[in-house]
Write a protein that binds this ligand. Structure first.
Ligand code: RB5
Length: 150
């Protein structure tokens, strides 16, 4: 699985920690920025990473800003993206098993690296359960379709 990574300045440090961790573990990833010592708008970097998922270059995305909230807001504007902020073990698990999250968003100003890596591992390892959850995702997809303006 190839992971798209992106952050703004508030998420840069945590993103670097995740990037280094993936490097050590041999998990394929692509960093879409930002770089160090920049002040940027999370919107621009979140969009680049999400485009790589939509085009099939990457399979899922991890987006990091100060809180994980702005990145989730951006990512969820894109059809087919199910972005979920994450702050504990339970959320890391059910965002996959119930919500089929394909984009994890993390807060660089609220999560220490070791905790964030633990949640990333859970998110990578947990399978989507489908079943009753698919009915709900199908309903979300219908709303998305009805409101889609190309
Ligand atoms: C940047 O200061 C901060 O607003 C941003 O990283 C993020 O937390 C937005 O949701």
């Amino acid at each position: 699985m190839k992971i798209a990574l992106a952050s703004d300045h508030a998420g840069f440090g945590l993103k670097k920690g995740v990037f280094d961790y993936f490097d050590q573990k041999g998990i394929e990833c692509k960093d879409f920025g930002c770089g160090p010592d920049e002040r940027v708008d999370y919107v621009d970097y979140g969009e680049k990473a999400i485009q790589s998922v939509l085009s099939g270059v990457c399979d899922r995305a991890i987006l990091i800003c100060g809180t994980g909230l702005g990145m989730a807001m951006v990512a969820n504007k894109f059809k087919g993206i199910r972005a979920t902020p994450c702050w504990d073990e339970y959320v890391a698990e059910v965002c996959r098993s119930h919500n089929d999250s394909n984009c994890l968003t993390l807060g660089g100003r609220i999560l220490p690296l070791d905790e964030a890596l633990h949640y990333v591992d859970i998110w990578l390892e947990t399978e989507y359960e489908a079943g009753r959850h698919q009915t709900r995702l199908d309903k979300i997809a219908i709303i998305e379709e009805k409101n889609f303006k190309p």
